[in-house]
Design a binder for this molecule. Sequence first.
Ligand code: ZN
Length: 296
Amino acid sequence: MTELTADQDVVRRYLCDQAPGSRVVSARLTETARALVAHQQMPPQVAALCQEMSLAASLLTSCLKFEGEMTIQAKSDGPVSLLVAECTSDGQLRTTAQWDPELSATTFRELVGEGYFAVTVDPKQGERYQGIVALDADSIGGCMNQYFYQSEQLATEMWLAADGTSAGGLLIQRLATEGGHQPTEAAGLDTLKALAHTVLAEELIVDAGPKLVYRLFHELKPRQFEPWPVYFGCSCSKARSARAIRALGAEDVKRLFEDQKEVRVDCHFCGQVYEYDQADLEWLLSDQPPGSDTLQ
Ligand SMILES: [Zn+2]
């Protein structure tokens, strides 16, 4: 038998022969965990939260059959006022945050104040769906579990951990019957959950993947499936940033260019900077701006 390893930058599903009707999913981010936050100069505790948000988005995206984008957002009146992570159905991840520069808190409850936690699924075809819960759990994983408890028909639970450098997570979900949303008979689900509850943050960060899943659930005979690779990437473009400027309206755009020679639009997710000078003003104000293919 080949030695079981931890995964790197993939999400992976498992079914257990001795616990039919439920799925186990693991995710571990290494290079991607670092790339997600590399350009953002975040304090380490904020970087770790962003990595956990990204893990949650990737675990959840892997469980849904859809083409499009999933966004997870935590908005609060605390020192970390915003956390966002997005995962596309192609496995592209991005994340960002807003935080108080004087930030010194370390625990989740100190970092994140009163607010809400939202999960949005935006399919290319079909209706957008959003579920919102109050932001009153003690971790990102706790917020996700509250969201599952309140909005999902299928029992789902998630465990997440990150240290600013790597991140690992587990998800356990009761499966739906073929073609329907009725839960299947899930013998062994309670055993799966009880075993998952023993997992330590350090184990998730270091070993998430086949190594951890077989260690935790070997009695239930897990079988692993092909990994789903995830990666850091951003969907920003000059055309999109131009649309954001134009959305201000003609008067405000003019005023913006009166105050400064050049207008810069920074993408918070990836650090890309888009610059516009006086020569761009005309088309920014015109009814028909150049298409994205003509923008440099
Ligand atoms: Zn970007």
